[in-house]
Unconditional design. Structure first.
Length: 298
């Protein structure tokens, strides 16, 4: 049933004449009559009958007008709630983060958002490569992703990108390593070292491979582990060296040293579907992520 026609029927029950309804609703009387007839055709029951020069409701018409009150009230409540969604943050925001991004940003995000009423976060860590991010953005409101400095940016025609921070990548060495006392380390000084890296295609490994191309070295990768905490433990126990993100690594048995004359880092970005940030709750989450990223990089 057409809601506008239900509203006209309700008005007819309240105002008594087609002319009065037309005046109140800014219709012509013939348009009101036409819409009432169309409603009768929709429901397949006679809703009005002649009364002198006008119309009056049948028993079925009076019943439907009474039920129309319930329908219109429910629609008004729904509209009020939608208006609230447009103007104030509320509802559930689904967030996917790459695992070390979760370590970096998620505790602060949850802490800041805990004070916000009417907004719930559903967060999930996802071991993602950049090519998987567009598909994830279809399933989540916000995807916190990372990519190599030299990687192609995400498609801004389909996605909205909010840069959060650039995290430098340092060489992680065990305590007592021959280069641990240096302020900076040349990649060529590590040619003979065993490397512990992440899976092929993940941003940190992309950085290592691109640096190898630039310097003409060929790092000997002996283990591939995606969990940075495990990589830290392996390096600390002397099983190799690694590139690790500066703000995330915190093993006290490691020494982090920047690479000399080479810019190595990963870009951490919040990716969302086009238009998703128009929803106040999503916009708020993006703003809070920016605040937390500024604190981390601070």
């Amino acid at each position: 049933m057409d809601v506008r026609r239900l509203r006209l029927l309700r008005e007819l029950a309240d105002r008594g004449t087609v002319t009065a309804v037309a005046k109140a609703m800014s219709y012509t009387p013939s348009a009101v009559s036409q819409q009432i007839r169309a409603l009768q055709a929709e429901v397949g029951v006679t809703l009005t009958e002649p009364s002198g020069r006008g119309l009056r409701l049948t028993d079925a018409g009076r019943m439907l007008a009474a039920r129309a009150d319930e329908v219109l009230a429910a629609l008004d409540r729904a509209q009020a709630e939608l208006d609230a969604y447009r103007s104030t943050p509320r509802g559930t925001v689904r967030v996917a983060l790459f695992p070390s991004g979760s370590l970096l940003l998620l505790p602060g995000l949850l802490r800041r958002m805990a004070a916000v009423e009417h907004v719930a976060l559903e967060c999930r860590d996802v071991d993602m490569v950049p090519s998987e991010v567009p598909a994830l953005a279809a399933d989540f409101d916000v995807v916190v992703a990372h990519r190599d400095d030299r990687a192609q940016p995400f498609d801004e025609e389909r996605l909205e990108i909010t840069p959060l921070l650039r995290e430098p990548l340092d060489v992680a060495l065990p305590l007592g390593h021959r280069l641990a006392g240096e302020q900076r380390v040349e990649l060529t000084e590590l040619v003979d070292e065993p490397w512990v890296s992440v899976g092929v295609g993940f941003p940190v490994d992309d950085v290592l491979r691109s640096l190898a191309i630039r310097t003409g070295t060929r790092p000997k990768v002996v283990q591939r582990i995606n969990d940075f905490r495990v990589i830290e433990a392996l390096v600390a126990d002397g099983f190799g060296v690694a590139l690790l993100p500066r703000y995330t690594a915190d093993n006290p048995r490691l020494v982090l040293r920047p690479l000399a004359d080479v810019r190595a880092g990963r870009n951490v970005e919040a990716v969302s579907r086009r238009g998703a940030a128009e929803r106040p709750a999503v916009r708020l989450v993006l703003d809070v992520l920016l605040e937390e990223a500024a604190r981390v990089a601070g």
